[in-house]
Design a protein around this ligand. Structure first.
Ligand code: GLN
Length: 506
């Protein structure tokens, strides 16, 4: 395995700055790795070798001329296939968008380009970001690099697996109910959901507008901060974008990396643990809490009673918004168009029906039906209206908890990676994966998942989630970096070095 692919983004940036390597070398090393392992992992839906190498060559020329554009100039990245990329296919993991090539870049993609970061390709995902396993992708599932028979989480399993398998040093994901954090947890990588509205969604194919957030997928907390600083900040093209600037995240990581948590109040959320959480997940979580206490944190238990209703609330609000967003796939504007068989002079409606029937998968159809029902007249108040009220109560529980604690912590996901196929026919079992991540989306607060070690019973990664108040993203980075330092001291090296099928594939 090339040394270059083992390096973190921060290390690659240093090596580039020191003139020890070039962006073309780094990019080629990752393309080679993709060529070696992606047949087995299937993290990518589309690899743009030619484009990435051309961008890398431009980066090298820029550096030679004396002016890199950013700290990450020349460091390549993978992008979840739900973000519009000019000239590169964007399918959202759906047949209905097969062949669609956007005429413009999402703002976050534009910012990557402006920062000089070569784009390796587009990563696999559950169709329209609905799912927790990547098995709902119309193009086949992604496999977890820790065990190829297991799921890499979802919906952003492709981005997490690409980073875990050393196919990309960095990736972008999107998190509507946990799709950055839960894949991070089950692949032993770092995933961040920024504060709602603090990273532009212009050019993100919306799943649920009041919940969606773009964020970093990386192997270290510092790499996430570096990437977050590239993509974050106000965008006049996104009407929900907030004007406050992003706090200094890399500085927060430097402070956290000392491993000192003196004076930090850490709240353990009672409702996000216990019954339904795997023993090995609980054990690693408890160890993380104990380490934080040892590092000077003041740990308190906090109760957020409405969190037990978060999943039900989410599964009314999300389908309602999604069903409305997906109405635009009408066979006229984008991608697929299917003519109904045996119909003479089909009407627009006939074509629409045939296209949506063929183009959408089962999970997408299920949520369109749920959402349309929840929004229908007569039911609107009983379902959607009620869910909005509970959502307010969940935010109030967060406010109360943040009076007692600077950050809240919990396991990121209730279990480690399950076997491919295990939950595919049981939507409720699939939905339960996001039990601990959904409250943050409902209230807009930022969160990170950092690797917490391996569960004893199956040797698979466990994630620890850290949440902070709105716009206090620097706190999740500080505490995340501290935990990363404390655990690295215990493990004596990166967790990903212990991934068996990764080593086998190299
Ligand atoms: N797994 C959740 C869902 O299926 C979250 C999806 C997401 O964050 N995009 O809705």
């Amino acid at each position: 395995m090339s040394d270059l692919i083992r390096k973190t983004a921060a290390q690659l940036a240093d090596a580039l700055a020191a003139g020890e390597t070039t962006s073309v070398e780094i990019t080629q090393a990752h393309l080679d790795r993709i060529g070696q392992v992606d047949g087995a992992v299937h993290a990518f839906l589309h690899v743009d070798a030619e484009g990435a190498l051309a961008q890398a060559a431009e980066s090298d020329a820029r550096r030679a001329a004396g002016g890199p554009s950013s700290a990450l100039d020349g460091v390549p990245i993978a992008v979840k296939d739900v973000l519009a990329t000019e000239g590169l296919p964007t399918t959202c993991g759906s047949k209905i968008l097969e062949g669609w090539v956007p005429p413009y870049d999402a703002t976050v993609v534009r910012r990557l380009r402006d920062a000089g970061m070569p784009i390796l390709g587009k990563t696999n995902m559950d169709e329209f970001a609905m799912g927790s396993s990547t098995e709902h992708s119309a193009y086949g599932p992604t496999h977890n690099p820790w065990d190829l028979d297991r799921i890499p989480g979802g919906s952003g399993g492709g981005s997490a697996a690409a980073v875990a398998a050393f196919e990309a040093p960095l990736a972008l994901g999107t998190d509507t109910g946990g799709s950055i954090r839960q894949p991070g947890a089950v692949t032993g990588t770092v995933g961040v959901k920024p504060t709602y509205g603090s990273v532009s969604r212009y050019g993100l194919v919306a799943l649920a507008n009041s919940l969606d957030q773009v964020g970093p997928v990386t192997r270290t907390v510092m790499d996430a901060a570096l990437l977050h600083e590239v993509i974050g900040g106000h965008d006049p093209r996104d009407s929900t974008s907030i004007t406050q600037s992003v706090p200094d995240l890399t500085d927060a990581v430097r402070r956290g990396a000392t491993g000192d948590l003196t004076g930090v109040r850490v709240g353990v959320v009672k409702e996000l643990g216990g019954e339904g959480y795997q023993d090995g997940v609980q054990a690693r979580f408890q160890e993380a809490v104990d380490l934080m206490v040892g590092a000077g944190a003041e740990v308190v238990e906090v109760s957020c009673p409405t969190f037990v209703h978060a999943l039900a609330t989410y599964y009314l609000i999300l389908p309602a918004e999604a069903s409305s967003n997906l109405a635009k796939f009408d066979a006229m504007r984008y991608g697929l168009r299917v003519l109904p068989e045996g119909v003479q002079s089909p009407s627009a409606e006939d074509v629409m029906r045939a296209t949506r029937d063929a183009g959408f998968g089962d999970e997408v159809k299920r949520r369109i039906i749920l959402g349309t029902y929840a929004l229908s007249s007569g039911y609107y108040d009983a379902y959607y209206g009620q869910a909005q009220k509970v959502r307010t109560l969940i935010s109030r529980d967060f406010d109360a908890a943040f009076e007692k604690a600077d950050v809240l912590i919990s396991p990121t996901a209730p279990t480690t990676a399950f076997k491919l196929g295990e939950k595919l026919d049981d939507p409720i079992a699939m939905y339960l994966n996001d039990l601990a991540t959904i409250p943050a989306n409902l209230s807009g607060v930022p969160g990170i998942s950092v690797p917490g070690g391996l569960a004893d019973e199956d040797g698979l990664p466990v994630g620890v989630q850290i949440l902070a108040p709105t716009m206090a993203d620097d706190r999740v980075y500080r505490v995340g970096a501290a935990l990363e330092t404390l655990l690295a001291d215990q493990w004596g090296g990166p967790l990903l070095d212990r991934a068996p099928s990764l080593n086998g594939a190299s």
